[in-house]
Design a protein around this ligand. Structure first.
Ligand code: PGA
Length: 249
């Protein structure tokens, strides 16, 4: 069975003051019935990891460099994330692909570095509105999946996040039918390539909120969510965790 994961992506939001949200989350969910992960800005990883050490909340990065170290101003190596206390890293988020020109080949190299460093790589894939309207959704999503995912991937080292680009931060959520179609195709592709595709966690992302989480988690092959805006406030993220705990799988 895939692990259920509620993952928060704080993006470029939060200074030390935001750590009170983690205290609130620990109070509301001291023993969550699913995996819980927060990926804060890099500046908060070590402090958040100290706070959550020994608790059920895991901490992750939002990106890493493919190289182990060297002359890469502003970048972070995978081993630096583990050293700071991270257990996961988001890779290939559409904002990185768009803002930083990251290709699937770049994401693959980062994913290899991350998994070799012992991080779980959350590999993001998703189509733009133009690609969906052109009927190319599955071609694009499965192409990104194939090209971004290391050959040595397993359910223990890689999580897939399907995030339609047009649904991120827009308040527009894919329909349950759209989510079901893409998640089933991802599951099949993982099974075809890795054999144990049934065990990979496949997250949905894009305007997930407490009010829509339960119905999304009811869709086949949805094993959790990658949450942006609604992960910033403990009260909202708690509602999403509660919905995932209650979901059948
Ligand atoms: P959103 O972001 O929940 O704010 O739409 C999701 C994401 O980018 O991971």
């Amino acid at each position: 069975m895939p692990a259920k994961l509620a993952a928060g992506n704080w993006k470029m939001n939060g200074t030390g003051a935001a750590l009170t949200e983690i205290e609130a989350l620990q109070s509301s969910h001291p023993a969550p019935g699913c995996d819980v992960l927060i990926c804060p800005p890099a500046t908060l990883i070590a402090r958040m990891a100290d706070m959550t050490s020994g608790s059920a909340i895991a901490v992750g990065g939002q990106d890493c460099h493919a190289a182990a170290g060297g002359a890469h101003t502003g970048d972070i190596a995978a081993t630096m994330l583990t050293d700071a206390g991270a257990s996961h890293v988001i890779l290939g988020h559409s904002e990185r692909r768009a803002d930083h020109g990251e290709s699937s080949a770049d994401v693959l190299a980062k994913a290899v570095a991350a998994t070799e460093a012992g991080l779980v790589a959350i590999i993001c894939i998703g189509e733009t509105l133009e690609e969906r309207e052109a009927g190319r959704t599955l071609e694009v999503v499965l192409g990104q999946l194939e090209a971004s995912t290391p050959d040595a991937s397993s359910a223990e080292t890689v999580v897939i996040a399907y995030e339609p680009v047009w649904a991120i931060g827009t308040g527009k959520v894919a329909t349950l039918e759209q989510i079901a179609e893409v998640h089933a195709a991802i599951r099949d592709a993982l099974a075809g390539r890795f054999g144990d595709g049934g065990d990979f966690s496949i997250l949905y992302g894009g305007s997930v909120k407490p009010s829509n989480a339960a119905e999304i988690f009811g869709v086949a092959n949805v094993d959790g969510a990658l949450v942006g805006g609604a992960s910033l406030k403990a009260a909202d993220f708690s509602g999403i965790i509660t919905a995932l705990e209650a979901s059948g799988g």
